[in-house]
Design a protein around this ligand. Structure first.
Ligand code: DTR
Ligand code: CA
Ligand code: ZN
Ligand code: ZN
Length: 322
C-alpha cells in the first residue's frame, strides 16, 4: 500500500517523512469572537453542500474498507487508503496538505491537515473529523459521515469565490477510536503561539445516524449559537449534546483552551418518545444500532440527517470565518 506524503508516494514499509505541524500557544480565547462582517460588505452566504457528493465519498470509503479487510482502522491498510483518497481530492483542489505521523499501539498513525491559502494566519477556523474506523467494520457513519461532510465543505470552499477574513484549516484525525490519539498528538505538537491562533475548532463525529437526533455541542456559546441559528432557520429543534463530553476529537482542543463546538446525530443511546415526536424515527431504538459494528456500512446512513448536517457545517464555516 503506497502512502502519499506531501505529494510523494511512499511504500507503507518505508519511514514516512511527514511535515510536522509548527508550534503555538496554550492561551486560547475564552469564547470564539462573534463573526465580524466587514463594514459595508454583505455577508458571504454558504453554498448548499450536494448530498450526492458527500455520498460519493462514503461509497469510496466503503469500497476502500471492502478491499482492505472490511475496515479503515488505525494502522491498517484501509486507513492509509482512506487518507490517500481524501488527500488526493484536497491536493487537486489547491489545498496545502500536510501528513502528521505518530505512533499508537505499536502502529504508525497519520493525521491529515489541509490549509486553504489566505486569510488571517492569526485567526484560524478549524473543522475536523476522525477518519479511522473501529476494526470491526467500515465505519461509514462513525466516522465516514463526518469525514466526507468536512471534505465536501473544504471542496466547496475551493469551488467558491469566497475569500474568508480568517484562515481556514481542515483536519482528518487518526486513531480517534484508540482514545483521541491523533487529535491529542496534533494539539500537543502545537506550541502555545500556534494554539492561541485557533479561534475555534468544529468537530463532526457521527452526523448521519440512521435513526437520527439533532444534537449541538454546548461548549463555546458563539459556536453553539451558530449551529442552533442554522437549525432554527430550518424549523428543526435541536438538543444539547450530552452523551459525548470528552468522547471525541474536540476534547484535546477544549482542554487547551480553544473554543470548540460541533454536531452529532447519536450513537448507542436510545431515542425517547419525546425525541421521536420532534424528529421522527423509531422510539426505543438506538440512534445508530450499528455503532462500532460490521453493519456500519453505506446502508447505515440517514440521507436527510447527513444532508442537513453537511449544510450546517458549511454554514458555520462561512459564518465563523467572515
Ligand atoms: N466516541 C465517538 C462516538 C461518540 C459517542 N458519543 C459522542 C458524542 C459526541 C461525539 C461523538 C460521540 C466514537 O466512537 O468515535
Ligand atoms: Ca445539502
Ligand atoms: Zn467510534
Ligand atoms: Zn467517531
Amino acid at each position: 500500500m503506497k502512502l502519499l506524503l506531501s505529494g510523494r508516494a511512499l511504500t507503507a514499509g518505508a519511514v514516512a517523512v511527514a511535515t510536522l505541524v509548527t508550534g503555538g500557544s496554550a492561551a486560547g480565547a475564552a469564547t470564539a469572537p462573534a463573526p465580524a462582517h466587514p463594514a459595508g460588505a454583505a455577508a458571504a452566504a454558504a453554498p448548499d453542500i450536494p448530498i450526492a457528493n458527500v455520498k460519493a465519498h462514503l461509497s469510496q470509503l466503503q469500497s476502500i474498507a471492502t478491499a482492505n479487510g472490511g475496515n479503515r482502522a488505525h494502522g491498517r491498510a484501509g486507513y492509509q487508503a482512506s487518507l490517500n483518497y481524501v488527500k488526493a481530492k484536497l491536493d487537486a483542489a489547491g489545498f496545502t496538505t500536510r501528513v502528521q505521523q505518530f505512533t499508537a499501539s505499536g502502529r504508525t498513525g497519520y493525521n491529515l491537515i489541509a490549509d486553504w491559502p489566505g486569510g488571517d494566519a492569526n485567526q484560524v477556523v478549524m473543522a475536523g473529523s476522525h477518519l479511522d474506523s473501529v476494526t470491526s467494520g467500515p465505519g461509514i457513519n462513525d466516522n465516514g459521515s463526518g469525514s466526507s461532510a468536512v471534505l465536501e465543505t473544504a471542496l466547496a470552499v475551493a469551488r467558491s469565490d469566497y475569500r474568508p477574513t480568517k484562515h481556514l484549516r481542515f483536519a482528518w484525525w487518526g486513531a480517534e477510536e484508540l482514545g483521541l490519539v491523533g487529535s491529542r498528538y496534533y494539539v500537543n505538537s502545537l506550541g502555545s503561539a500556534e494554539r492561541a491562533k485557533i479561534s475555534g475548532y468544529l468537530n463532526f463525529d457521527m452526523i448521519g445516524s440512521p435513526n437520527p437526533g439533532y444534537f449541538v455541542y454546548d461548549d463555546d456559546p458563539t459556536i453553539e449559537k451558530t449551529f442552533k441559528d442554522y437549525y432554527a432557520g430550518l424549523g428543526i429543534p435541536t438538543e444539547i449534546e450530552t452523551e459525548g463530553d470528552g468522547r471525541s476529537d474536540h476534547a484535546p482542543f477544549k482542554s487547551a483552551g480553544v473554543p470548540v463546538g460541533g454536531l452529532f446525530s447519536g450513537a448507542d443511546y436510545r431515542k425517547t418518545s419525546a425525541q421521536a415526536a420532534k424528529w421522527g424515527g423509531t422510539v426505543g431504538q438506538p440512534f445508530d444500532r450499528c455503532y462500532h459494528s460490521s453493519c456500519d456500512t453505506t446502508a447505515n446512513i440517514n440521507d436527510t440527517a447527513l444532508d442537513r448536517n453537511s449544510d450546517a457545517i458549511a454554514y458555520a464555516v462561512w459564518e465563523l470565518s467572515q
